[in-house]
Write a protein that binds this ligand. Structure first.
Ligand code: NAD
Ligand code: TYD
Length: 351
C-alpha cells in the first residue's frame, strides 16, 4: 500500500481519488483535518476497503511509527502542509510546525521503518515530497523560468517553510540514503480547492454577488496547472523518477491575476449569466499582499524529456471544467465555508 499524507486536502484528495480509480493498490490516508481538510471530498470512498483513513498529525511521531509498522507502506506521498501564503503572513507558527517539524518527524519515522526492511524492499521504497515553485522566490518579467538548478530564495513564511522541508528531504537522501524524490509544482487549480485560493474564491464571490478582490495592480503572474495533470506527474515521478532528484512541474500557462479573473468572469457570464451586466463589474482592487511575489514560472522540460510527461489540459479547457465543477457542486462549497471560513474572510478582506 501507499501512505498519503494530507489526502483530505485539495491536491492530496484529487491524487487519492485518481489512484483508487486507476490502481488496485490500497491507500493509507493520514490527515489531521485542519480547516483545509475535508472528509466530504472522500465521501465516495467511505465504504472502499482499499481506502484507510486515519485522522492524525504528521508531528505525532508515535502514531506515525505505529502506522508504518502496522501497514508497511512501500511508498510515502507527502502532501500534508499548511499551504496558504496569506495565512502564513497572519500566523507563521503553524507553518513552521507542520511544514518543517512535521516533515522532519515523517522523515525520521520513514527512516527508522526503512532501516527495518530487507534489501529488496529497501531498494523499492520511495519517499516522494510534494513541494512548490514558490521556494525559488520571485522572477522579473524577463527572467527565464525556474529550473531545477535555480537557487532557492523563498520570500513568504509559507515558501520559507516549504524550502526548509525540501532541504531536509534532500539531506535524508545524501546523509542516510533514504530513497527520496521531490516535485516542485506551480499553482494548481481544479475541483475541491478550498475557496481561500484565487480561483475558487473568485468563483464563490462572483456567484454571491460580492466584490472580486484583486491584490495590488493585478499584474502578478502565476503559472497555472490543472490538478489532474499534477497528479499524473507525481505518479510518473514515483514510478520512474531518479532517486535524490527534483522535478519541476508546470503547465507553461503564465497569466496575470487580472487575466485569470477576467477569463473566469467570461466563463461565468457564459455558463451562469447574471440578470444584468457582467461578473466583471464586481472586480475590485484591494490592498496588496505584503512581500507579494511578482512572477512565478516553471521550466518543465526535465519532466517532459526524462519521463515523457505533458499536461493534458490547456488553461482554457481546465478552467472551463473547473468552473462547471464549482457550479455543479455548490453543496461541497457551502459545506467548507464554515464559521472558520467566515472568520478568515473577515480578518483578511474586511479589515
Ligand atoms: P491544502 O491546504 O488544500 O491541504 C493540506 C492538507 O494537509 C489538508 O487536508 C490538511 O488537513 C492536511 N494537514 C495540514 N497539517 C497537517 C498535519 N500537521 N498533519 C497531517 N495533515 C495535515 O493543500 P494543497 O493545495 O492540497 O497542497 C498539497 C501540497 O502541495 C502542499 O505540500 C503544498 O505545499 C503543495 N503544493 C500546492 C500547490 C497549490 O497550488 N495548491 C502548488 C504546488 C505545491
Ligand atoms: P493564491 O491562490 O493565494 O496562490 P499563491 O499566493 O500561492 O500564488 O494567489 C494567487 C495569486 O492571486 C497571488 O498573486 C495573489 C492573488 N490573489 C488576489 O489577487 N486576490 C485574492 O483574493 C487571493 C486569494 C489571491
Amino acid at each position: 500500500m501507499i501512505l498519503v499524507t494530507g489526502g483530505a486536502g485539495f491536491i492530496g484528495a484529487n491524487f487519492v481519488l485518481e489512484w483508487l480509480n486507476a490502481s488496485d493498490e490500497p491507500v493509507l490516508n493520514l490527515d489531521k483535518l485542519t480547516y483545509a481538510g475535508n472528509l466530504g471530498t472522500l465521501r465516495s470512498q467511505q465504504d472502499n476497503p482499499r481506502h484507510v483513513f486515519v485522522r492524525a498529525d504528521i508531528c505525532d511521531r508515535a502514531t506515525v511509527d505505529r502506522l508504518f509498522a502496522e501497514h508497511k507502506p512501500r511508498a510515502v506521498l507527502h502532501f500534508a502542509a499548511e499551504s496558504h501564503v496569506d495565512r502564513s503572513i497572519h500566523g507563521p507558527a503553524d507553518f513552521v510546525q507542520t511544514n518543517v517539524v512535521g516533515t522532519f518527524t515523517l522523515l525520521e519515522a520513514a527512516r527508522s521503518y526503512w532501516n527495518t526492511l530487507n534489501d529488496a524492499d529497501k531498494a523499492a521504497f520511495r519517499f516522494l515530497h510534494v513541494s512548490t515553485d514558490e521556494v525559488f522566490g520571485s522572477l522579473s518579467a524577463t527572467d527565464p523560468q525556474f529550473s531545477e538548478t535555480t537557487p532557492y530564495a523563498p520570500n513568504s513564511p509559507y515558501s520559507a517553510t516549504k524550502a526548509g522541508s525540501d532541504h531536509l528531504v534532500r539531506a535524508y537522501h545524501h546523509t542516510y540514503g533514504l530513497p527520496v524524490l521531490t516535485t516542485n509544482c506551480s499553482n494548481n487549480y481544479g475541483p475541491y480547492q478550498f475557496p481561500e485560493k484565487l480561483i475558487p474564491l473568485m468563483i464563490a464571490n462572483a456567484l454571491a454577488g460580492k466584490p472580486l478582490p484583486v491584490y495590488g495592480d493585478g499584474l502578478n503572474v502565476r503559472d497555472w496547472l490543472y490538478v489532474g495533470d499534477h497528479c499524473v506527474a507525481i505518479r510518473e515521478v514515483l514510478a520512474r523518477g531518479t532517486l535524490g532528484e527534483t522535478y519541476n512541474v508546470g503547465g507553461w500557462n503564465e497569466k496575470t491575476n487580472l487575466d485569470v479573473v477576467h477569463t473566469l468572469c467570461g466563463l461565468l457570464d457564459d455558463l451562469r449569466p447574471k440578470a444584468s451586466g457582467s461578473y466583471r463589474d464586481q472586480i475590485t482592487f484591494v490592498k496588496d499582499r505584503p512581500g507579494h511575489d511578482r512572477r512565478y514560472a516553471i521550466d518543465a522540460r526535465k519532466l517532459e524529456r526524462d519521463l515523457g510527461w505533458k499536461p493534458a489540459e490547456t488553461f482554457e479547457t481546465g478552467l472551463r471544467k473547473t468552473v462547471q465543477w464549482y457550479l455543479d457542486n455548490q453543496d461541497w462549497v457551502q459545506n467548507v465555508m464554515s464559521g472558520e471560513y467566515r472568520n478568515w474572510v473577515a480578518k483578511q478582506y474586511e479589515a
